[in-house]
Design a protein around this ligand. Sequence first.
Ligand code: ZN
Length: 272
Amino acid sequence: MPIPCALCGGSVFRSALRCEGFTYVRCRDCGLVQINPQPETSEVQERYGSTYGDDYLAYETANEAAFLALQLKTLEDARIGCIEETFFPFGRRRFLDVGCATGALLEKMRGRGWKVSGVEISTQMAEYGRRIRGLTISTLPLEDNSFAKNSFDVIHASHLIEHLNNPATFVREAHRILSGDGLFLVITPNLAGMQAKLFRGRWRSAIYDHLYLFSVKTLKSLLRREGFAVEQVVTWGGLAQGLAPLPVKGIADCLAKKTGLGDVMMMKARNM
Ligand SMILES: [Zn+2]
C-alpha cells in the first residue's frame, strides 16, 4: 500500500525515475521523490541491524580514512569543530553522530574536546566502535532512545536520512533533543545535482536502499517545517571518479560546488 508523502501528506504520485527493478515516484503536491510503497520499517532496520552487518563493517573499515576525510571537510565547510569555529563555548560541545558507523568521526571530535555519542543500528559496527574506540553508541533508531530535551549542541547525520522510512519523525526528534540554538547537519545525495540529471534512473544514488531522494528544495522544506532555520547549503561532486579525465573532473567539481549542482549536499540548520 502506498503511504502518504512524508513531506506534505499528499497521496497523488507520478513516476519519476525508472531504475532496475523498481521505480521512484514524485509527489504531485510537494515534489518529494520517494519509493512508494516502501519496504516495512522492521525489514529496513533488520537489514542494517544484523542481516548485512558484517558486510557494512568490512566496507566501513576498508574506507574509513576516506570517509573520515570527507566528513571533516564537510564540518570545516560548516565551521564546526575546527579552528574557525565560533558557535559553541567550551563546555557546550555535545556532539551526536546518527549513523556513526564505526565511530571514526566521534573519536576525532572527542580528541577535539567534544563530548560525543553515537547512534548506529548496525550492531556489528556499533560494537566495533565501543570495543576499539571506547565510544558510547546506541543501536536503537534515534526516535527510540528517549534522549532528554536539550541533550546535544550539534547533531550530524551523514548519508542517513535517505534510508529512513520516516524522515519527518527523525527531523522532529533531532529538533526536540538539540539545544535551543543547536545545529543540525544533514548530508544526503542531491537529486537536483548534475549527475542525477545526467544519469536519471542509473544515477549511483538511485538505489533501493534510498527510500527518499531529496533536492535542496525538498530537504529545506522538511527542515523548515520541523522548526529549523537553514543557514547554509553546500553541494559538492561534479563527476564521479573515472567518468572523465582528471582535469575535466576538476572543472566539473568546481562548477558543481559554485552552482549548487553537486552530487551530494550538506545542509546546516539551526534550531529555532
Ligand atoms: Zn508531498
